[in-house]
Design a protein around this ligand. Structure first.
Ligand code: C2E
Ligand code: CA
Ligand code: CA
Length: 533
């Protein structure tokens, strides 16, 4: 039945095309004769007309043949369908979404009312990690699961598309106010962020979302998508798992990044970059064991610009190499004035670490500054390690040969399990602040998770540092879970080296005073003791 209709439609289409080509040719012929000043009714040069008609007939023939072989309404329908559908999830593609939204906007253009529509752009930023660790097939299967989740939540109420990678777009129609919108987006993210299971392992899922209002008359779909994505990027900068609503100021963010890039060049020359040091403290004794070097930019006009704003730009524009060299050199120099039992860790960006000359340059620096390699630790984020597991191993081996230790930073934000990383033989594991925060939220699973991370790290012979410890309650729970090194505002904020040296000196002076007092005490007491005796 279906094939019959298909064939009829195809035949009809061809006939219409051929007819249209013929008509086109006829019109063209009349028009050409008009131009040539020829008159069909009057005396005419038969050979000229013959040539023209022959040429046009050929054209018409070619046109109809072209239509016959290339196009039928069904193949073009199928082609259109292909373009409009995302092959992985079966949802709309970016193009399909844009077309559908334009149609919807046109239909609703005249419908007035108090209801508003919003475009929500969602991004699952760890798709690449999943692909790297488990393979593309698992990544695709994951996208299908996400697509299904969206279908179930949104149902027929709105358009859903996968626009690229782990990026999905949803239209939320018929919302009254911002409160309703907030509730809806929270619910959406709540469902999308449910953990996923791959084999035996359950993985946390983080989404960021951006929302832009659909203004029927004024805006193009592309502009609205751009705005929603900008809002999403803004939310991502603040924290994983969050969302925000587009605000025109966000367009200035892009401009701000260009400004940073331009200014960063001068910052190096003007010596506006310096390091702050944050202590890592023994949970049992309260003693400072080490420091983490954290970069600061004190711009001559703007003041302090946080690393979260300029490091990504530096990585993007390549300046991170120069900046990274500066950090490592400064750390080596500062180590000479810190007590010999203190170690310092430096953050190294993936872009720095990937360069072939990273280890040789570091070796040269250590020799030049006469630094004991054992006092330097390199912090690398977990995501970098899982992305380039094999290549990383070589670099890490040569780092270890140098005698420099390695810390895995932000552990728990990527998707590696510890056994994956165990071959890398790292020295320190830093539990990400997001876990520590969850401890504070009395999330019972977080405590169990931290305990198991500590247990596994210990069995691998690694130290565990908890990052971002802010409250006594968190510290107590971390200690109960077996974590013995703490870093966070509760123990000390990042401060310039001069502050540390001043405090060090004050401590030494206090110790001396105490010793003198003890002596004085003894001197004073001795006679009285003697008298008593
Ligand atoms: P990170 O390596 O995870 O550094 C820890 C961040 O947490 C630091 O932010 C630190 O100041 C902050 N922090 C520490 N304790 C607490 C706490 O109790 N509460 C809260 N809310 N925050 C705490 P900072 O200094 O802004 O650095 C941000 C990120 O910038 C660093 O994250 C690191 O990824 C990057 N970064 C900093 N310095 C460098 C550097 O020299 N090179 C590279 N490549 N990246 C750097
Ligand atoms: Ca770090
Ligand atoms: Ca960290």
């Amino acid at each position: 039945m279906h094939t019959d209709t298909t064939q009829t439609r195809t035949r009809l289409f061809r006939a219409v095309t051929i007819f249209a080509s013929g008509m086109g040719a006829a019109i063209l012929a009349l028009w050409a004769m008009d131009i040539a000043g020829l008159d069909l009714a009057g005396r005419s040069d038969a050979s000229v007309i013959g040539a023209i008609v022959l040429g046009l007939a050929t054209l018409a023939g070619a046109g109809s043949a072209h239509a016959y072989f290339v196009g039928s309404d069904d193949t073009s329908d199928a082609y259109e369908m292909l373009l409009n559908t995302d092959p992985v999830t079966g949802l709309l593609s970016r193009k399909g979404f844009a077309d559908a939204l334009v149609r919807q906007m046109e239909a609703e253009d005249n419908a007035s009312g108090l209801k508003r529509s919003f475009l929500i752009s969602l991004d699952f930023d760890s798709l690449r990690d999943f692909n790297d660790v488990y393979g593309m097939e698992t990544g695709d299967a994951l996208l299908k699961v996400f697509g299904e989740r969206l279908r179930r939540i949104v149902d027929d109420a709105g358009l859903i598309a996968r626009t690229s990678g782990g990026e999905f777009v949803v239209v939320l129609a018929g919302t009254h106010d911002e409160r309703e919108l907030r509730a809806a987006v929270d619910a959406l993210l709540g469902v999308m962020s449910l953990p996923v299971r791959v084999g035996q392992a359950s993985h946390s899922v983080f989404w960021n979302a951006g929302v832009a209002e659909i203004h029927h008359r004024k805006s193009s779909v592309e502009r609205m998508l751009r705005n929603a994505n900008l809002a999403r990027a803004n939310a991502r900068t603040a924290s994983r798992g969050t969302w925000s609503i587009y605000h025109p100021e966000m367009s200035q963010v892009a401009a701000y990044r260009s400004w940073i890039e331009a200014e960063l060049h001068g910052a190096m020359q003007r010596e506006e970059l310096h390091l702050n040091y944050q202590p890592k403290v023994s949970a049992s004794t309260g003693e400072t064991l080490a420091y983490e070097a954290l970069l600061r930019w004190n711009h001559h006009r703007k003041g302090i610009i946080p690393p979260s704003e300029f490091i990504p730009v530096a990585e993007h524009c390549g300046l991170i190499q120069q900046i990274g060299d500066f950090v490592l050199r400064q750390v080596c120099e500062d180590l000479t004035v810190l007590p010999p039992h203190i170690t310092v860790s430096a953050n190294v960006s993936p872009a720095q670490f990937r360069r072939d000359d990273f280890v040789p340059n570091l070796a040269r620096l250590l020799t030049e500054t006469e630094t004991d390699p054992a006092r330097l630790e390199i912090e690398i984020t977990e995501s970098l390690l899982i992305r380039n597991h094999v290549a990383m191993r070589r670099v890490l081996d040569s780092l270890r040969e140098l005698g420099v230790t390695l810390a895995i930073d932000d552990f728990g934000t990527g998707y590696s399990n510890l056994s994956n990383l165990s071959e890398l033989r790292f020295h320190t594991l830093k539990i990400d602040k997001s876990f520590v925060d969850r401890l504070g939220d009395h999330d019972p699973s977080a405590g169990a998770m931290v305990s198991s991370i500590v247990g596994m790290a210990r069995s691998l012979g690694a130290e565990v540092v908890a990052e971002g410890v802010e409250t006594d309650a968190q510290a107590t729970m971390l200690k109960a879970a077996g974590c013995m090194i703490m870093q966070g505002y509760l123990y000390g904020r990042p401060v310039p080296l001069s502050t540390i040296l001043r405090e060090q000196q004050a401590d030494e002076e206090a110790d001396e005073r105490e010793a003198l007092l003890d002596q004085a005490d003894n001197v004073y007491r001795l006679p009285s003791l003697a008298a008593a005796g």
